[in-house]
Design a protein around this ligand. Structure first.
Ligand code: NAD
Length: 465
């Protein structure tokens, strides 16, 4: 089967970059990305590439090359579904905030809406690709909706989870470690798997395209995120022991990372992981385990989240206790708000929780992030509903200049590992601050010796004083 037209429902952090790269690598395929969010689509179509809704290094160049040629962004969802032979579902699957499974299970309402819309509109058989991260066995729910509410056309459902990491999305998409495609083991299922594999084969070496049954594919994505997050929580757990014992977490990480069975990646201690996926996907895994009565399995994975929450809490507790047990009325400068460098995504960012804790202590926070816009920061705090929006705006200011942010501050908290922080004139910053001038480096990006020589009191996670 030779696919010529693709539609992707959901123009977010996954749908946008993923489809842009498919369009770049497959000029012979027409790719239309649709979304119900008109502002988002308008931003994807903006002449000024600085206004794209997703910031990822290299993405603007790819959009520039393919947009209008074979890459289109549109709000005409029905039309794009109708025309496409293959439809990717890349909508959000947040943690449920209501009803059964509240706070744990994935909310699949957006997925179901897509399935119903596809069923209603489709007049010819189509391949449906789950790009969103979904609980294992979701494909059977999608199939049931398609088969029971559709126009008697045949659907094949594939699972093709996305493993890109924000901040390196373009690189990850251009040369993925692997592409995973799960589908039915019937001849029709295998044909559908092959059709999708053929698209990726335009740029991904064949041995990196992995074919599995649909349940293995769905579960592999949850497993991958659980394992990655688990490494962060494991190293963070060790960082607390380091602080008590005089061991240095960087030296420990290096020593264990050189063991080829362990590997060196994802062993950096920090104020905690964030992002839209790790927490949500682990909670989902915990929920699935519990729903099968696998309580020990559920407890095991839940601990990864608890450790992460603890790491954020103890980071803000340390700021308060170090600043003589009170931050009330003191200015604390935040460098970074995004959940990691090279992205404007702030979902579940550690900065949000640390800010909330310090605001509870009546601190005055000033934030600088190179890519995150002011309204996003206030929206993140508003979402917590800890205090009124008015109070948030009174106590927390967003400032576009890092030197202004640090001026008169009692302490600096580094919450994101943006490279530019390393290049600042730290002498100048020191001069402008209250003394003693404290730095709490939640990402371990700054140079301890250099800063201590200037006069800063410098705290880094996983290093004792
Ligand atoms: P997102 O919130 O950035 O984008 C989702 C988009 O879907 C939104 O723009 C929303 O308006 C749109 N949408 C929702 N319902 C719709 C409908 N019925 N019709 C049309 N559009 C609709 O989310 P995201 O970060 O791109 O994540 C999407 C999925 O991919 C999630 O399941 C996530 O777990 C998974 N994922 C995310 C990442 C990541 O790094 N962000 C990585 C791998 C997988």
């Amino acid at each position: 089967m030779n696919i010529k037209k693709i539609c992707c429902i959901g123009a977010g952090y996954v749908g946008g970059p993923t489809m842009a790269v498919i369009a770049k690598q497959c000029p012979h395929i027409q790719v239309t990305v649709v979304d119900i969010n008109e502002n988002r689509i308008a931003a994807w179509n903006d002449e000024n590439l600085d206004n794209l809704p997703v910031f990822e290094p290299g993405l603007d160049e790819i959009v520039k090359e393919a947009r209008g040629r074979n890459l289109f962004f549109s709000t005409e969802v029905d039309k794009a579904i109708d025309e496409a032979e293959m439809i990717f579902i890349s909508v959000n699957t947040p943690t449920k905030t209501y009803g059964k499974g509240k706070g744990m299970a994935a909310d699949l309402k957006y997925i179901e809406l897509c399935a119903r819309q596809i069923a209603r509109v489709s007049k010819q058989s189509k391949i449906i690709v789950e790009k969103s991260t979904l609980p294992v066995r979701t494909a059977s729910a999608i199939k049931s909706i398609l088969d029971n509410t559709g126009n008697d056309v045949a659907f094949q459902i594939l699972s093709n989870p996305e493993f890109l990491a924000e901040g390196t999305a373009v690189e990850d998409l251009l040369s993925p470690d692997r592409v995973l495609i799960g589908g039915d083991t019937t001849p029709e299922g295998e044909e559908a798997i092959q059709a999708l594999a053929d698209i990726y084969a335009n740029w991904v070496p064949k041995e990196r395209i992995l074919k599995t049954n649909v349940w293995s594919s769905e579960l592999s994505k949850l497993t991958a995120n659980a394992f990655l997050a688990q490494r962060v929580s494991s190293i963070n757990a060790m960082s607390e022991i380091c602080e008590k014992t005089g061991a240095d977490i960087n030296e420990v990480s290096k020593a264990i990372g050189m063991d080829s069975r362990i590997g060196s990646k994802f062993l950096k201690a920090s104020v905690g992981f964030g992002g839209s996926c790790f927490q949500k996907d682990i909670l989902n895994l915990v929920y699935i385990a519990k729903s099968y009565g696998l309580n020990e399995v559920a407890d095991y994975w839940e601990q990864v989240i608890l450790m992460n929450d603890h790491q954020k809490q103890r980071f803000s507790d340390n700021i308060v206790s170090t600043l003589y047990n009170t931050v009330s009325g003191k200015k604390i400068a935040f460098l970074g708000w995004a959940f990691k460098k090279d992205t404007n995504d702030t979902r579940e960012s550690a900065a949000i929780k640390v800010a909330d804790n310090l605001l509870n202590e009546q601190a005055e926070i000033a934030v600088f992030d190179p890519k995150v816009v002011e309204e996003r920061i206030y929206a993140d705090l508003e979402y917590l509903a800890t205090r009124s929006n008015e109070d948030n705006r009174k106590l927390l200011k967003v400032i576009k200049n890092p030197y202004e942010v640090c001026k008169n501050a009692h302490a600096i908290a580094v919450l994101t590992e943006w490279d530019e922080f390393k290049t600042y004139d730290w002498n100048k910053i020191y001069e402008s601050m209250q003394k003693p001038a404290f730095i709490f480096d939640g990402r371990g990006v700054l140079n301890k010796t250099e800063l201590e020589n200037i006069g800063f009191v410098y705290y880094k996670i996983g290093t004792g004083k």
